[in-house]
Design a protein around this ligand. Structure first.
Ligand code: GLP
Length: 260
């Protein structure tokens, strides 16, 4: 697993946006051979999305033959709620690029039969041929997508109960009122992410330092689900200096040197 350390979020966005655009262009997607991109919400990917939009506007990246699958969505939050992940994705990326609406997949947390929706979501990923590149972030408790501590590392798309810490952290988007934060989410599983050909997770800020330490220096564990990435053949963590504050000096220097 690569650990790539940048100075700040802006630099991460530029680097990762360029990297993803290069992957897509090298793949050279067509109608018969679309590129399948896994995407995430949260503050972490915003600078990367901004960079992808910039590259698109410069005419160097088309979304015409890109199929997307988002990692997660709240359960029972109206789709048009400003904090739904559906709203987030259209606001921060899809409205600004030439993606086809039918190529966008976001779990439907309002489906009547949520179990069937989970199975259908997993099947749709399979039908698309699997994810070529999954972009994600992590929670302060080390969750990957919404796979909270204790979730099986072989999990697939499922309904996930959100823990107190996650709801408290996410209450910043809900008027700082934890009672307004949905209690459940639909999330791809750890194994769903692990199946993708390449994965990149963005980790920024002091509040993610403990999680980064556990995910990079700890063992693979269901208690820090993003640690499963250590078993992925082509994974990278792209982080900022602040997130590195709990890494051993030796670990920090090692990855700085490896990526220089
Ligand atoms: C939510 C999402 C995760 C995301 C995490 C981090 O919990 N389900 O996919 O990685 O938030 O969010 P942020 O980037 O805002 O710190």
């Amino acid at each position: 697993m690569r650990v790539i350390i940048h100075e700040n979020e802006k630099k991460i966005g530029t680097w990762l946006g360029d990297y993803i655009a290069a992957c897509i262009n090298e793949f050279n997607p067509t109608a018969n051979k679309p590129f399948v991109l896994g995407l995430a919400t949260g503050s972490s990917p915003i600078t990367t999305y901004a960079r992808l939009i910039e590259i698109h506007k410069e005419g160097r990246l088309s979304f015409e033959h890109i199929i997307t699958f988002n990692m997660d969505e709240y359960v029972d939050l109206p789709q048009d709620h400003p904090e739904s992940y559906y709203s987030f994705m259209w606001k921060h990326l899809f409205n600004h690029v030439n993606i086809k609406k039918e190529n966008v997949h976001i779990p439907n947390g309002n489906a009547k039969d949520l179990t069937a929706e989970c199975l259908a979501y997993e099947a749709a990923i399979q039908k698309a041929g699997g994810v070529h590149f999954f972009l994600g972030g992590i929670g302060v408790d080390g969750h990957l997508a919404f796979n909270e501590p204790g979730t099986s590392l072989s999990s697939r798309t499922h309904i996930q109960k959100l823990n107190y810490e996650t709801r408290l952290v996410n209450s910043r988007f809900f008027n700082n009122d934890i009672n307004q934060v949905p209690k459940e989410a639909m999330s791809v599983g750890v194994a769903t992410v692990m199946d993708s050909k390449e994965v990149a997770l963005i980790v920024t800020g002091h509040n993610k330092a403990r999680a980064l330490h556990k995910v990079v220096e700890g063992s693979v564990s269901q208690m820090w689900t993003a640690s499963a990435l250590q078993m992925h053949p082509s994974a990278m963590i792209v982080c900022d200096e602040n997130a590195c504050s709990e890494l051993k000096v030796g670990t920090y220097r090692y990855f700085k040197e490896m990526e220089s």
